[in-house]
Ligand binder design. Structure first.
Ligand SMILES: [Zn+2]
Ligand SMILES: [Zn+2]
Length: 179
């Protein structure tokens, strides 16, 4: 699966939004611009209005099975009124999907784009790569773009903390077994 396409950009934006559920306008605009979203500047109140949506997106990453992720992502496609259209911004410029018309406003477009993004990852067979960090209490979500798809932590720091903790636990159990 390719993770750098404009189509999957929606999944990367979903990750960003779940990890920044109450964004301010400038950081939302910067995050969207990073993925070439058309007219990324939010109007007043747009950024904060996405907080409940970030919570619903989180549900996709935290679902235990791919079937559950798919069910939740499918519900988001409906909730976002996702209607893919092929758009070009001028003669000779490339055609690409818009998932909601520009005139519907930024929050509606972000909802449609992120719903489509996670849905495309699932459609591409990568549903299990939509993950929440394996360290209890961390809460950061990510799209596992590693080759083998076995990344279970958001960062080396979280991986180390869990490894140290389970190493200590094993050592305690081994000592307990000797008594
Ligand atoms: Zn466009
Ligand atoms: Zn983590």
């Amino acid at each position: 699966m390719q993770f750098n396409t404009y189509t999957v950009a929606g999944a990367h934006i979903a990750v960003w939004l779940v990890n920044h559920p109450s964004p301010d306008a400038p950081s939302l605009a910067a995050a969207l611009a990073r993925y070439d979203v058309h007219q990324p500047a939010p109007a007043a109140g747009d950024a904060r209005s996405l907080t409940p949506w970030a919570g619903r997106l989180r549900g996709v990453f935290e679902a235990g099975t791919v079937a559950e992720k798919a069910e939740r992502a499918d519900a988001l496609l409906v909730a976002a009124d996702c209607r893919p259209r092929l758009v070009s911004h001028g003669a000779g410029l490339p055609f690409h999907f818009h998932y909601a018309p520009v005139r519907t406003g930024l929050p509606a477009r972000v909802k449609a784009l992120t719903a489509a993004g996670v849905a495309h990852v699932i459609d591409g067979g990568g549903g299990s790569r939509l993950r929440a960090c394996g360290r209890p209490g961390c809460g950061i979500v990510f799209l596992d773009t590693s080759r083998n798809g076995r990344r279970h932590f958001c960062s080396v720091r979280c991986a180390n903390q869990v490894n140290v903790a389970s190493h200590r636990l094993r050592r305690r159990q081994a000592h307990a077994g000797q008594r």
